[in-house]
Write a new protein. Sequence first.
Length: 101
Amino acid sequence: MPEGTWEPHEKHGRLTTVSDLAASVYAFPKQRKEPLTDAEHVRNAVARFDQVIDVSDENRDLAFANIQKAARHYGVNLSEGSWYDLGIHRRERRKAPPDAL
């Protein structure tokens, strides 16, 4: 499992756009998916993990490491030990439906 690249978001106040967030605050930094800016977002990222489409297993490894790192920072208890515990392994790797492209 890779070491997480997540870093806490230190900017305070109202964000003007999502582009104000650094890639390092996302579970999936390359795709800029699932921001981990507080405990609620960490819980949402866990709940929606299997809904993220068109990412590799390596991306999922990194994303889960980032979620774990953010969860420790924000005091969120995770019962899952890996992303395989989140249910995605029961399906083929998800792809976007043809009409969504």
